[in-house]
Design a binder for this molecule. Structure first.
Ligand code: SAM
Length: 279
């Protein structure tokens, strides 16, 4: 095992324990993301790019910058660098199958208003998958009052989601019928989300730790693969707040390695990582 001074010898920038602790503390305070010692190399790799862009010579200079008047301008860059944005179309496909079945139930109930929230939407593949599922399940959705809110803390990801363009290989997991109906090929091996999807989805920046401006209640919340980065008290507060913004029997989908056991009793488990609000 290398000591931090030995590791530093092979590196372009010295990265001391003190600097790592400062950056990890700031990231945790602002985003809820816990950066343990095991994430140190990841933090180094992601932030050296930023140091080079700023033409800084050391992490000490970067920490100084974050303690100067430039803090507000630099913070979004720090946040964007430390978030992990892995996502995919129809990731954890059983959630979309379940949403499809739920849509049949809404139709039977004569429901005409729907509010869905993709609460850590990354580059938009999750909310566009939700939109495709709704369009397939409810062909007359344009006569409903249906909206999907897609939020994330990372401004770079929101820009990608809003642009709605991806590589052709990104949409391989999209069922062929959905590709045909809702995705348009572009030049250069790129594809674009069609207008029928874009009309349903609105992208906004939102930090799950801060205040939420939404007023209406959600029928469905996707909160997937984001709380894995948070500590238990942060999860407890977050899921309590999510229950508060949901319809009484609303659906919550969480990530494959997550569960609500010991976190909140406001949801009942319906199936694998699928919950219903009960209080
Ligand atoms: C691994 S991605 C998951 C994307 C998608 N939900 C999925 O499961 O495919 C996690 C996302 O959470 C976002 N995130 C992290 N901390 C956040 C916070 N405090 N508020 C809002 N989004 C956050 C990151 O920017 C990132 O895009």
């Amino acid at each position: 095992m290398l000591s931090s001074s030995q590791t530093n010898e092979a590196r372009d920038f010295v990265f001391t324990d003190k600097e790592f602790r400062f950056l990890a503390g700031l990231a945790n305070q602002k985003t809820g993301i816990v950066l343990t010692e095991q994430k140190r190399d990841m933090v180094y790799g992601r932030l050296t790019r930023r140091l080079r862009a700023l033409r800084l010579r050391s992490f000490a200079e970067y920490c100084d910058l974050l303690q100067s008047d430039a803090f507000e301008d630099e913070l979004p860059h720090l946040v964007n660098a430390i978030t992990t944005n892995l996502t995919g179309f129809f990731r954890e496909a059983h959630h979309f199958d379940h949403l499809h079945e739920q849509a049949a139930e809404w139709k039977r109930q004569g429901k005409k208003r729907l509010r869905l929230w993709s609460s850590a939407c990354s580059s938009g593949m999750e909310p566009y998958s939700m939109a495709m599922t709704l369009r397939q399940s409810i062909p007359d959705i344009d006569s409903w009052d249906a909206k999907i809110l897609a939020t994330d803390i990372d401004s770079n990801m929101l820009a990608k989601g809003t642009a709605g363009e991806y590589g052709a290989s990104d949409v391989e997991q999209v069922p062929p019928a959905c590709q045909k109906a809702f995705i348009e090929p572009l030049a250069g091996g790129r594809v674009s989300m069609g207008d029928e999807l874009r009309r349903l989805v609105t992208f906004r920046q939102l930090n799950l730790l801060e205040s939420w401006p939404m007023r209406g209640k959600f029928d469905v919340v996707f909160c997937r693969n984001v709380v894995i980065y948070f500590d238990k008290p942060t999860k407890e507060v977050l899921f309590d707040r999510i229950a508060d913004v949901m319809e009484p029997r609303g659906l919550l989908y969480i990530g494959h390695s997550e569960n609500l056991h010991g976190i909140t009793d406001r949801f009942e488990l319906l199936g694998r990582t699928i919950y219903r609000r009960i209080r």
